[in-house]
Ligand binder design. Structure first.
Ligand code: GDD
Ligand code: MN
Length: 362
């Protein structure tokens, strides 16, 4: 029997969930015609080892382990691009998504009835009982409205993490996708040049079986970043916008430290300014590591120390460029405020380019 469907399972600490989920997939799809691709981001609980153990005995199971990478979206896309199957489904590995509806979704794709089959928690016959709290549910509904408004996606559940498409569509759209955060489906739909034909399937969104959700901490932030990326991202790239925002907060830190020092007592300006600069750079390094480059976050004492030193070096180069450009423009008679702003912009671009290239390199 030929390969019809690949099921991509992004995992982060899902060791206990893998084997029972594969059994449920087999129950839904039968013994043949499918493969499962576990895309694991080097989980600490040994998920990848467990998946490899299963895969050694079962050639329908494949494993991609990514080292030093994070992110549900990029993991899903990597899985989508890794199969030879004509159709591919993405689903959570924690049993919140029921594999029993896979055959219906696949059939709708195979007959050409739709380009994308989405398992929805918000159509007739569906339920979202698996959403842990009322707060989470309100957030989910608000996100749906925002997605409709801003990304122009008219779906009952554009946040669904459970969908299936023709693999070729995925490969074609992958280079245009922002691949940031959790919203794979939204990203996919918003990246299509022609609207994709979508059909929704009612999903009984269940409770996760084992382990905890990875979404809570970063979900809102990732979602907003994703919306920004789809609306203004072409004008000012998302990562640069974050970098710039962090830089702006750094200025606040700088001024606050100066004010504190002056209030504390009789401090000379130059050492105070040096200390404030240092504090602001350290703050910016920390916040950039936490937000701007969260998908490439540096961890562990040595990596952090080296990253911080590299960031300070990058900022020094940026500062030189800043002063040089501002000085030059002022020399040409430009109004001082504009000259300073231009200097800051050029400095920021330098900081950003050097940081992306040398501190948080891929
Ligand atoms: N490879 C990889 N890398 N997998 C990840 C990562 C990551 O950084 N983060 C999460 N996952 C995996 C989890 O192991 C799980 O299999 C799946 O992605 C979903 O993660 P959960 O942590 O269970 O997310 P959730 O249940 O809170 O959110 C689900 O529902 C949302 C809507 O309420 C997901 O399906 C979201 O996509 C969906 O928007
Ligand atoms: Mn989950």
């Amino acid at each position: 029997m030929t390969l019809r469907l690949a099921i991509v399972l992004p995992t982060l600490d899902e060791r206990e969930n893998i084997a029972p989920l594969l059994a449920r997939i087999e129950q839904a799809l039968g013994p043949q015609g499918w493969e499962a691709i576990v895309v694991d981001d080097a989980s600490a609980d040994g998920t990848a080892d467990e998946a490899r153990r299963i895969a050694r005995a079962d050639p329908r199971v494949r494993v991609i382990e990514r080292i030093g990478r994070r992110g549900l979206s990029s993991a899903a896309i990597e899985g989508i691009c890794a199969t030879a199957a004509p159709f591919v489904a993405v689903m959570d590995a924690d049993h919140q998504h029921d594999p029993a509806i896979l055959p219906e979704m696949l059939a709708a794709l195979e007959t050409g009835e739709c380009d994308v089959a989405v398992a929805s928690r918000y159509v007739a016959g569906a339920s979202n009982a698996g959403l842990a709290s009322a707060r989470r549910e309100r957030g989910s509904r608000l996100a749906v409205r925002l997605a409709r408004r801003l990304a122009g996606v008219d779906l009952s559940d554009p946040m669904s993490g459970y969908f299936a498409i023709r693999a070729e569509i995925g490969r074609t759209l992958a280079p245009r996708m922002s691949q940031i955060g959790f919203k794979v489906l939204l990203d996919l739909l918003a990246s299509a040049p022609e609207p994709l034909r979508v059909r929704e399937f009612p999903l009984q969104f269940a409770q996760r079986r084992s382990g905890a959700s990875k979404l809570d901490r970063a979900v809102v932030f990732d979602f907003l970043v994703g919306l920004y990326d789809k609306t203004f991202g072409r004008v000012v790239p998302t990562r640069f916008a974050l970098f710039g925002t962090v830089g702006g907060l750094g200025v606040v830190v700088h001024l606050a430290v100066l004010a504190l020092l002056f209030r504390a007592g009789d401090v000379a300006f130059v050492p105070a300014q040096a200390l404030a600069t240092f504090a602001a750079m350290t703050f910016n390094f920390w916040l950039n590591n936490w937000l701007t480059y969260r998908d490439r976050r540096l961890r562990g004492g040595r990596a952090l120390l080296r990253g911080w030193a590299g960031f300070c070096a990058a900022c020094s180069v940026g500062a030189v460029a800043n002063v040089a450009v501002a000085g030059l423009l002022k020399g040409y008679g430009l109004y001082w405020l504009l000259a300073a702003a231009a200097g800051i912009l050029v400095g920021a671009v330098w900081n950003y380019a050097l940081s992306s290239r040398f501190v948080w390199k891929r």
